[in-house]
Design a binder for this molecule. Structure first.
Ligand code: NAD
Length: 275
């Protein structure tokens, strides 16, 4: 059955791929993004391919903006059946320069060098807000349409770093751990009113956000990029298409008894101890 699906952050790399794939299943798609032009471009691509989508500007951190988006979606497509909370990301001010703190770091005067002690609360706050609050607020707004109806669900985007934190990114790791925890909490909370809540935890995907961290300008891997591939038993980065079948599965009514799970899509990264 065709559903109305809202995806936040769907002007971005991973969620635009999900939006396009879900449209191919015959669903009506609301492509939400802070960047209206990016949302419109994805919606246009879907419509050009014979699908049905609208691009809508929305800030996942502002309830008014989400309510305005919801009015537009409701008037075009009726009630929302599925919400995919895709907007998220890290901030450099919540990131340390090195994986381990060393005694000599105390004397390091290099411009921009950051230890744990230099982390800026603004970077931590930005990252927690975007990932956690940016998942909770859209759910408050769009899940009101789902209460007591059949076939409705919420899909959150967690990350590898939620299971075991990655070095250098304490804020992003903590924020995604909060997203996984919230997924379980909400699954229980909504279990009596027909709303399933699940999450996917993508492993490493080469995108604009992390390209400079993982590849050099000549395309070769940075030490961190090499380390990631070495820790990924399948020996490669994921591609956005690797997410599609799991997203289709969790959004489908065939998953009617599945709620509160976080599915790793990571080429074996989270299963591997490195030894
Ligand atoms: P991306 O940067 O390509 O897309 C994120 C989108 O969110 C952008 O289009 C951006 O404009 C939008 N956005 C940012 N702030 C917003 C706000 N306040 N309101 C509305 N939209 C906003 O990132 P991506 O790599 O496609 O990541 C998508 C999701 O997957 C994120 O939650 C990210 O944390 C998660 N994730 C990514 C990876 C990876 O390797 N790329 C791995 C694990 C999890």
């Amino acid at each position: 059955m065709a559903k109305t699906i809202v995806l936040t952050g769907a002007g971005g790399v991973l969620c635009s791929t999900m939006a396009i794939a879900l449209a191919k299943q015959g669903h009506q798609i609301a492509v939400l993004d802070l960047r209206k032009e990016a949302a419109d471009a994805v919606a246009q691509q879907i419509n050009n391919d014979g699908g049905n989508a609208i691009g809508v500007a929305a800030n996942v951190l502002e309830k008014d903006s989400l309510e305005t988006a919801k009015k537009e979606i409701n008037s075009k497509y009726g009630k929302v059946d599925i919400l995919i909370n895709g907007a998220g990301g890290n901030h450099p001010l919540g990131t340390t320069s090195n994986p381990f703190f060393q005694l000599e770091d105390l004397d390091n005067q290099t411009e921009g060098f950051k230890t744990f002690f230099d982390l800026d609360p603004k970077g931590i706050e930005f990252t927690f807000n975007l990932n956690f609050l940016g998942t909770l607020l859209p759910t408050q707004v769009f899940a009101t349409d789902m209460v007591g109806r059949e076939g409705c669900s919420v899909l959150n985007i967690s990350s590898m770093n939620a299971f075991t934190p990655l070095t250098k990114i304490p804020a992003y790791s903590g924020a995604k751990a909060a997203v996984s925890n919230f997924t379980q909490w909400l699954a229980v909370h909504f279990s009596k009113v027909g709303i399933r809540v699940n999450a996917i935890a993508p492993g490493f995907f080469l995108t604009d956000q992390n390209r400079a961290l993982l590849t050099n300008s000549d395309g070769s891997a940075t030490p961190r990029g090499e380390q990631i591939i070495g820790q990924t038993p399948m020996g490669r980065y994921g591609t956005p298409d690797d997410l599609v079948s799991t997203v289709n599965w969790l959004c489908d009514d065939g998953a009617a008894f599945i709620t509160g799970i976080v599915v790793p899509i990571d080429g074996g990264f989270s299963a591997y101890s490195g030894v």
